[in-house]
Design a protein around this ligand. Structure first.
Ligand code: ARG
Length: 468
């Protein structure tokens, strides 16, 4: 900044890089390039990283002990000001990093200016995001766990409740409601696993890469990694400042989790429709219509389904952001934050409300069972019965298809046909056929690991509890 030229640099008081610039910063450009309006969210992690960096500089003889003491004192005050909402964020100071450094320098003088030794905002921001994302992942895994616990409790209660299972959304075979719920338990378990796996690659320290090439100062990255709880350092300085693959991985895991949420939401919406009537959803998760007085709409599951789209959008945004970026850091990367924040917030809200919503879902076993009276859900069981009596499966399939046709014409379920009527299709039919023609008989027979039998579902729940 040229003090004798009043115009020069004036629009950016406190700018950390204005020394080589001859023109003031255009206002729109300033707004366009600044990130403080959203990256201020990283403040807590920025301070954490700065403290670890400063302590390392002191240990390595790069920063005098008195300066470290001043920096620690100053950053503690900055943290308090931010927590209490007294911190004066300034768009002129571009981002969270420069805002904090500027205030620190106001508070402690030259020591504040020494903090940035052997560091760049490029490795600083990469460190901040990783610290933030690590905490978010831990939070999300805990929230997903609550949903998984709810599902286990519901599945246990309904291990014996029979309902139609669907393929192509047409009645296929009887299943237990507990088994159906456990399918979602498995999906959410994998979602949590994916997040935990991604955390391993998030939890590496970029700091020390400086702008891109590392630093000539005798730093000790490993000790910084240890202090910040990272599992290790990122090996290559160019890679450390430039890649955002860890964030893309998180968003991919988030997108898949939302896909699972959207499937469950869709089923809740369908099941609440009186044509199904499989569940009631508590009023507190529904809204009315401003014109149709009779309406009760399942807004919460609908919105969970709808919000899936924005998380997919975040994933595509980051994939596109990284695509074709030359090494190393580019300002494009500043655009990584908003999609990440939005996706993490959407997931946190969604899983929080999903756990509550499940508490407000009342299953209607009577309606589920009634739905089994239509659609010939035990037709496969009849075919399997004939197979056990020696009929080749393809022939049994054909025999049962004819029986279904007759029952359909008569307007009854297979179980409503008499032994004599069934014998007309195959002489092998005996009175014991009715054991497999009931929904209860059908599900009870599928008792292998992963099957829908009440005993198999209870065993699955037991294993799942051990895994939780
Ligand atoms: N606000 C920037 C970001 O989010 C910090 C890094 C800026 N680095 C730079 N050389 N301009 O990426």
């Amino acid at each position: 900044m040229q003090p004798e030229d009043p115009k020069s640099g004036d629009s950016a008081p406190g700018k950390a890089w204005s020394g080589r610039f001859a023109e003031p910063f255009d206002e729109l450009t300033q707004r366009y390039t600044a990130s403080v309006s959203f990256d201020c969210r990283l403040a807590e992690f920025d301070i954490q990283g700065s403290l670890a960096h400063a302590r390392m500089l002191q240990r390595c003889g790069i920063l005098p002990a008195a300066d470290l003491e001043a920096i620690e004192r100053g950053l503690a005050q900055v943290a308090t000001e931010i927590r209490e909402g007294r911190f004066a964020w300034s768009i002129a100071r571009e981002d969270v990093h420069l805002n904090i450094e500027h205030r620190l320098t106001e508070l402690v003088g030259d020591a504040g200016k020494r903090l940035h030794t052997a560091r760049s905002r490029n490795d600083q921001v990469a460190t901040d995001i990783r610290l933030w994302l690590r905490a978010e992942i831990d939070h999300l895994v805990a929230l997903i766990r609550r949903v998984r616990e709810r599902l286990l409790d519901m599945a246990e209660k309904h291990a014996d409740t029979v309902m139609p299972g669907f393929t192509h959304l047409q009645v296929a075979q009887p299943v237990t409601f507990g088994h159906h719920l456990m399918a979602y338990f498995e999906m959410f378990t994998r979602d949590a696993e994916r997040l935990a796996d991604c955390r391993k690659r998030v939890n590496r320290l970029p700091l020390g890469a400086a702008a891109l090439a590392g630093t000539g100062f005798p730093i000790d990255r490993v000790s910084v990694a240890r202090e910040l709880g990272f599992d290790g350092v990122i090996e290559n300085s160019l890679d450390a400042v430039s890649d955002r693959d860890f964030a893309i991985e998180f968003l991919a895991a988030a997108a898949i989790a939302m896909a699972h949420v959207s499937r469950m939401s869709e089923e809740l919406v369908l099941w609440m429709n009186p044509r199904f009537g499989f569940v009631d959803i508590a009023d507190r998760f529904c809204t009315g219509s401003s014109i149709m007085p009779q309406k009760k709409n399942p807004d919460v599951p609908e919105l969970m389904r709808g919000k899936t789209g924005r998380v997919y959008g975040s994933l595509i945004a980051l994939l596109t952001l990284v695509k074709a970026q030359p090494l190393a850091y580019n300002k494009d990367n500043q655009e990584d934050k908003e999609p990440l924040f939005d996706a993490a917030d959407t997931l946190a809200d969604t899983f929080t409300i999903l756990a509550e919503l499940l508490g407000g879902v009342t299953p209607r076993p009577d309606r589920m069972r009634a739905a089994l009276a239509e659609g010939f859900a035990t037709a496969t069981d009849l075919a399997d019965y004939l197979v056990r009596k020696g009929v080749p499966f393809r022939d049994a399939h054909e025999i049962v298809a004819r029986a279904v046709k007759e029952a359909e014409i008569a307007g009854v379920d297979l179980a409503a046909l008499s032994v004599a009527q069934l014998k007309a299709f195959s002489p092998l039919v005996e009175p014991d056929v009715f054991e497999v023609l009931t929904p209860e008989g059908s599900v009870a027979s599928r008792r292998h690991v992963g099957g829908t039998a009440p005993e198999a579902v209870r065993a699955a729940i037991c294993r799942a509890r051990a895994r939780l």
